[in-house]
Design a protein around this ligand. Structure first.
Ligand code: CS2
Length: 489
């Protein structure tokens, strides 16, 4: 098997799409820094930039990991190249060349700082997951967060993404260089606004002049990102090797469907993302709500209820009629009525297409992966619909069932002595340790976790009653509880 590198690109030409611009005499220079180069970024934004680079421009990417050396170790020996496999009815492969360097912030801080402060860096995109923004339950920068405190008080190398961006922006201000445009590509409600406000809040603590400059000049669009991209496993590495005869340290797999909606506020000097399929929209909030509520909420519901029923992947869970019926009812009765969809979307079709994507047999998406970081995800994808429905006197029982399933999932991880992947794993496992299986008692403990449940919601009688009812049924018999909920028992 030949290891992937620029040297062998020519030999691959004709067998799969290659980044021909990497072979040209004049290669694109770096114009984008990306924070958090995980699988989703490499399958999604890097792919869009790959398509855009075919139209020219200095928009190569410097990919920066905050701490992990893994991506750098995998991609640097292969010149930043990797293979993207699109797994659907038709399977196809493409070599992505948009990343021309990978840096590790903790180990190569001077290089990272130089990239972020270079006038040629015009965009910083990021996929740092919900927890990377260090926000509190009300969505603003958590000034009590230990890492934020550390970055606010020390002048050396920052450890948070917000601290890192602020330090670079401060240096740009001092050097009279315009701020880069920051693009959050995480599944956060109001992502761009929250990021902007977090940076300004950080600046207010450090230097009000810079806070003021950022309020006037920082561009931070709202975005909606979508493409199901499971973590790379050995199977995809073997598949790439067997079908292409190429050794890739870290190929990426995703479904063919891909979507990126960006608020229409970017400067004119930008990559040819529109030609690559990006949708620029005046109002992204409606798209973002549609995606978080109709894709991510059912995903999390499937992850927790499906795990309790013993399923491993989304595809497996979608073969169980009880689960699909539950998810369909949750969507029709409680999610679609919870918000006003974008006018350009046929919401029923959009939702049906998402469920069809969950049934893609070529995608092995582990429920465990989706279940990670529930404390960060539920407030973005499920609690807002519950809040809206409660305010409008609409039903919440199915959504509350998903919350109860999350609680039971944590209790099960605790009793099975399994690791809980969540930034709040410690307090959540401490709650689980106190649980006794009595709904009223256990649910009260969970709802008291204020980093997840806003006080008003936690005190809401109907919400408490709905979570308790579901929890009570889930304790002894998850499958029976599901049947009772979908009205067949
Ligand atoms: C998933 C998302 O892991 C998760 O929590 O719900 O990563 C989902 O696959 C993407 O948002 C799809 O665009």
């Amino acid at each position: 098997m030949i290891p992937l590198s620029i040297k062998i690109l020519k030999n691959l030409n004709g067998r799969l799409l290659i980044p021909a611009y990497r072979l040209a005499e004049q290669k694109p220079q770096i114009g984008i820094v990306h924070l958090g180069p995980g699988a989703f970024f490499r399958g999604h934004q890097a792919w869009y930039t790959e398509q855009a680079l075919k139209f020219g421009g200095d928009w190569a990417i410097s990919a920066v990991s905050m701490r992990s050396p893994d991506v750098s170790q995998a991609l640097m020996p292969q010149d930043g190249l990797y293979i993207l496999a699109l797994l659907d009815v038709i399977q196809s492969y493409q070599v992505i060349g948009a990343i021309s360097e990978v840096l590790i912030a903790t180990e190569q801080y001077p290089q990272v700082f130089a990239r972020l402060t270079a006038a040629s860096t015009k965009y910083v995109t990021m996929t740092i997951t919900e927890k990377g923004y260090c926000l509190n339950a009300s969505g603003t920068l958590d000034l009590e967060n230990a890492l934020v405190k550390q970055d606010l008080s020390c002048t050396s190398q920052p450890v948070t993404a917000i601290g890192l961006l602020y330090t670079a922006l401060e240096a740009r201000f001092q050097a009279n260089i315009a701020p880069f445009c920051v693009i959050s590509c995480d599944n956060l409600t109001d992502n761009g606004h929250k990021l902007r406000m977090a940076l300004i809040a950080f600046a207010e603590q450090k230097d009000p002049t810079i806070a003021n400059w950022l309020s006037q000049q920082l561009i931070s669009p709202l975005t909606m990102v979508d493409s199901i991209t499971p973590a790379t496993d050995d199977a995809i590495k073997a598949q790439v090797g067997a079908e292409l005869g190429v050794g890739d340290n870290w190929p990426i797999k995703r479904e063919a469907f891909v979507q990126w909606v960006i608020e229409d506020v970017l400067p004119a000097d930008r990559p040819a993302w529109q030609q690559a399929g990006v949708i620029y929209a005046k109002d992204v909030t409606a798209f973002e709500k549609a995606k978080l509520r109709l894709l991510n909420a059912p995903h999390s519901a499937l992850a927790y209820v499906g795990s309790l029923l013993g399923y491993e992947t989304v595809f497996d869970a979608m073969q169980d009629n009880r689960l699909t019926c539950f998810v369909q009812q949750m969507i029709n009765e409680e999610i679609i009525p919870s918000f006003t969809p974008p006018t350009e979307l046929d919401i029923n079709q959009y939702s049906a297409d998402i469920l069809a994507r969950f049934r893609n047999p070529a995608i092995r998406h582990l429920l465990a992966q989706i279940a990670w970081d529930g404390s960060q995800k539920l407030p973005m994808r499920i609690l807002p619909a519950i809040g809206d429905n409660l305010a409008a006197g609409k039903p919440i029982d199915k959504l509350a069932f998903a919350i109860a399933a999350w609680c039971r999932f944590i209790v099960k991880r605790f009793s099975d002595k399994e690791k809980l992947v969540d930034p709040l794993s410690e307090p959540l496992l401490a709650v689980a340790a106190k649980c006794n299986g009595k709904a009223e008692h256990d649910v009260a403990l969970f709802l008291a976790v204020s980093a997840v449940f806003p006080a008003e919601l936690a005190a809401h009688t109907s919400f408490n009653a709905a979570v308790q009812a579901a929890y009570h049924q889930l304790v002894n018999d998850p499958a029976g509880a599901l049947l009772a909920f979908i009205g067949e028992a």
